[in-house]
Design a protein around this ligand. Structure first.
Ligand code: SF4
Length: 252
């Protein structure tokens, strides 16, 4: 059976999905975000090999916590969709055990697994990096060809969606940027349960120093928390208004 590469495991997580969760950070990411806080997860080589059944065994140790809190398992990274076959097999086993699952993703990975994965996942935490093609390439090193295929697949998704976006001064902290974000997710409004605009901070800088890597945003200031919160609430209000409407048309 297929093994996966796991960078690390966090127990008792409270932020990445509902309730108390065990978070499996999978190794490997196709993006190279300028502000990445976990550059040590980017290379696919590395981490610890685990079978899907070992992930389930580990996850089951904390079942009483999930049951009491409405929690479960979250796959994060790195980018979990980069290990699509492993993720799919593991999700099937977790589903059979009745364990709630969440996927923390930027939507880049093996497209052939997207639909099956989405049938099994209860919450998608969609981390949107940038909405403009050129800016996306500058920020992540990866060019978007049209709309992100994973985002398009979410049109048919039955579960809940949390939207996340790291707001970076000079890159995405403008009304125009927020309008663009709104337009790209508006068609999902009825499924969106939570929206988080996370102010960019420099807490990952030491990791770059330890890995002897240059920090790409060295000259960028941290994002003002209050301003990020104001944008978040503006976006949330627009989406709530849309949730009350009957029909939502996908943005092109
Ligand atoms: S998607 Fe996440 S793990 Fe990958 S480079 Fe960006 S911030 Fe780092």
């Amino acid at each position: 059976m297929m093994k996966g590469r796991v960078h690390s495991i966090e127990t008792m997580g409270l932020l990445d999905g509902p309730g108390i969760r065990t978070i499996f950070f999978l190794q490997g990411c196709p993006l190279r975000c300028s502000y990445c806080h976990n550059p040590d997860t980017q290379q696919l080589a590395g981490g610890t090999e685990m079978m899907p059944s070992e992930v389930v065994q580990t996850a089951k140790r904390y079942l009483p916590y999930y049951r009491r809190s409405g929690g479960g398992i979250t796959f994060s990274g790195g980018e979990p969709l980069l290990q699509g076959a492993f993720l799919l097999e593991t999700l099937k086993l977790l589903k059979a055990e009745g364990i709630h699952t969440a996927l923390d993703t930027s939507g880049f990975g093996h497209e052939m697994f997207f639909d099956e994965i989405l049938e099994l996942v209860d919450v998608v935490i969609l981390d949107i990096k940038h909405f403009d093609r050129d800016e996306h390439r500058k920020l992540t090193g990866v060019k978007m060809k049209g709309r992100n295929p994973f985002l398009s697949r979410l049109a048919a998704y039955d579960g809940k969606i949390w939207i996340r976006h790291v707001m970076v001064p000079g890159l995405t902290d403008s009304k125009r940027s927020m309008d663009h974000l709104y337009q790209s997710i508006q068609f999902l409004a009825k499924k969106i349960e939570k929206i988080e605009i996370l102010p960019y901070h420099k807490m990952g800088v030491e990791k770059y120093e330890a890995l002897q890597m240059a920090y790409p945003l060295e000259n960028v200031a941290e994002m003002d928390h209050e301003q990020a919160y104001v944008y978040q609430e503006m976006l949330r209000e627009k989406l709530i208004r849309d949730q009350r409407r009957k029909v939502l048309t996908p943005a092109v």
